[in-house]
Each structure stands twice: as C-alpha cells, then as structure tokens.
Ligand binder design. Sequence first.
Ligand SMILES: *[C@@H]1O[C@H](CO)[C@@H](O)[C@H](O)[C@H]1NC(C)=O
Length: 324
Amino acid sequence: MLSTVLVAILSIIAMIKTEEYGIFFEIEENSFLFDEDAIWNGKVDCLFSCSRMCARETLCKSASFLENEGTCSLHRETRTMHPDRLLQQQGSIYVEKVVSAKTPISLGTTQSSAVPSCQALLSQSPLPSSGVYWINPDGGSQANAFKAYCDMETDGGGWTLVWSYTFTNYGDFMDKSNAITPRPNWPVNSRNANVRISTTVPLKETDYNAMNFSQWKQLGRQVLIKSNINNWLVCHPGTGSLVDWQQGDVSCQIVKRVTDTCKERPAPSTFAPSRYGPVFSTNKLYYYFDGYTKSNWPVHDPCGENDGNHVTNVVNPHGNIFIR
Ligand SMILES: *[C@@H]1O[C@H](CO)[C@@H](O)[C@H](O)[C@H]1NC(C)=O
C-alpha cells in the first residue's frame, strides 16, 4: 500500500540534501526486505533518518525501518529484484529510492522563478553563465519582476547590470562638451546634468540605459565599474556608498587592468556625489560620471590624476556599473 502523504514529506527532505538530483521514496507499509547482505544495519530514531541515510548512500536502493525495534537496514537490492524476500510485519516500513534526472530548477529563467538579484544565482550549481535573467528586487509579488543582465564571471560573479553608458564627445574627451550618456535618475539637479535620463533596465553592456536609481540599493552595496577605456574596479562601501548617495570612504580594488598606464597606482578610496555627477577619487579623480555638456568632462583616469590618461581610439567606448 502506498502512502502518498509520506512520499511527499520524504521527497522534500531528500531534495534538501541533494543538490543535483531529486531523490524520492516509494513507501510500502507493514513490509520489510529480508536482507542478510545489508549495506548497514543499526538503530535510528525515525523513518526519516533511515531514508535520509539511504538518500546519501549511492549504493543504497531501498531501506527497511522496523518501528518497534527502531532499526534501519540499507539494501543494495529492491523488492522488484527479490519479491520473495519482501515480508509482511506490522509496524515495519519498506522504502524504495527513486532518483529523478537532474532537477529542472533553473532560477531566474522565467518570471515566476525570478530571483531577488543576480547574486542569488550564485547558489546555483553549476554556476549559471552571464546573461539575461528575471529579477524581482523588491521581493514582493513576481508580477513586477523584470529582466536584467547578470555578470557571473567578474570577481566571483553575482553582479546585476544597472547602467550602461557611452560618451557625448569621446573624440575630444577633455572638452566640456563631453559627458557620460545617458545618466541614471540619481539626485543630481537637472540644471547640472543635461544628458538624457534613462530608467530603462539595460540588457547588455552596450545597451545604453539605466535602471531606476532608487532600485539600485535593493540589489546590494558593492559596486563594479567596468569600462573599455579605464581599469575595472570593485568597491565595497565604507562610510561612503554610491547606492546610498553617501559621501565617504570606500574600499576599491582593481579587478581588471584595461591599460598598462600607471600600473603601480592603487585604486581610489573615496566616493562623493558631486554637482555634475558622482566621483571615485583619492585626492584626485579616477572616475567622474559627469553628465553635463556645458562644463567639466567625464574623467576615466587609471592614474587617478584627473587627467586624460584613459585609453584612446577605442571602438564603442563605454562603461558599465553593476551592483552586488
Ligand atoms: C523609480 O522608483 C521609485 C521607487 O520605486 C518610484 O517612486 C519612481 O516612480 C520610479 N521612477 C521612474 C521614472 O520609474
């Protein structure tokens, strides 16, 4: 006699313990397998312990639990292989292992399986590749989940792309007409940042758009800055934090060198929201996200000298910000 209630409970327990495979148990009450060649015999506190041991033991194909004695036997064989050895006894329980194929749980691949952020994908095994996934940063109903691009490689992965930008005058980089574009709807006065504002989630690194800035902090507080004209940085918040729009110290590391210029220079250590856009600096500027075409220019200086040391003559010059 099969008990479906017990089957359901046991399958949940076994699923937690096995990452790649779903293990289920068919249950036959008041039966046990007579087995003189058991893998293991011993005392257990309940049926769950017995079936869990069988789930973890690859050789185990079935198990018998004798309720009255509190004993468990793990078998290499099943009742199908030896129907004559399946004996009836009140209070005994025979369970048979059913291993399903790889579980089809692929988080973030559908709206209903949306994850809070790309960071949640790090729990998946094998690690998902970089690409577009469904996310639901506010954690509420999946109805407002949306697609976002995840970098699953840089510095351990788990990064959600929140902004892809290019420049208004890359060719004359240090001219005041040059600015990043578009800009996020961060709290810079529109009089001081006149480029297009985007609140459309970018789906790739050359999709020049930005996620609504007020959602960035729902994704995390670490910042990854990538660009094809300056070194890549990962910055951990200190007293300063980009997503909180808070001036202060940050702890940055260069995670990829795009240029050999100024190889000995450390990464910046301060974040500041400034008049035309935010800044990463140490005394002088490394990254300046200037969004104004009538003053200043968008520094991308690997030397941190507020100078024109960025890589020149690049096709599709751009940059990206990711949050984790
Ligand atoms: C950005 O998000 C905030 C908070 O969720 C919301 O109030 C605002 O309307 C959004 N802005 C845009 C332009 O979507």
